[in-house]
Design a protein around this ligand. Structure first.
Ligand SMILES: [Zn+2]
Length: 114
């Protein structure tokens, strides 16, 4: 597993920082966002350090499929919904603050259009 320091998500994955874990597999972890913007606000991320979408390599593509799959599974199993928003910020100018690929999964209320 590729670990980058200092990366807050790698530290969480290694158990060096606390987080509320919703669900995890060998390759994916879903955690509670610390500043939730909806009743359900989780972060879905690969355990392997990938900076963002722009840093994806062809060998990483199966990770994206797993991210989508585990998002769907967790929304159904733990959020009890099939309706959610899944988004990622790719780059600092559009709001990426932690440079370890992660998708925000938002649900549980009517979300604003944007
Ligand atoms: Zn990382």
């Amino acid at each position: 597993m590729s670990i980058h320091q200092p990366c807050v998500f790698c530290a969480i994955i290694q158990g060096h920082l606390p987080a509320t874990i919703i669900h995890q597999t060998d390759e994916i972890i879903i955690i509670q966002d610390r500043a939730p913007k909806a009743p359900i606000h989780w972060l879905v991320l690969p355990k392997r350090h990938i900076e963002n979408i722009s840093a994806l390599a062809p060998d990483d593509l199966h990770i994206i499929g797993q991210l989508m799959w585990e998002s769907k599974q967790a929304a159904q199993a733990y959020g009890h919904t099939n309706e959610f928003r899944l988004l990622t910020n790719n780059g600092a100018s559009v709001g990426q603050s932690v440079f370890h690929l992660h998708f925000h999964l938002l649900a549980g209320t009517r979300l604003n259009d944007f």
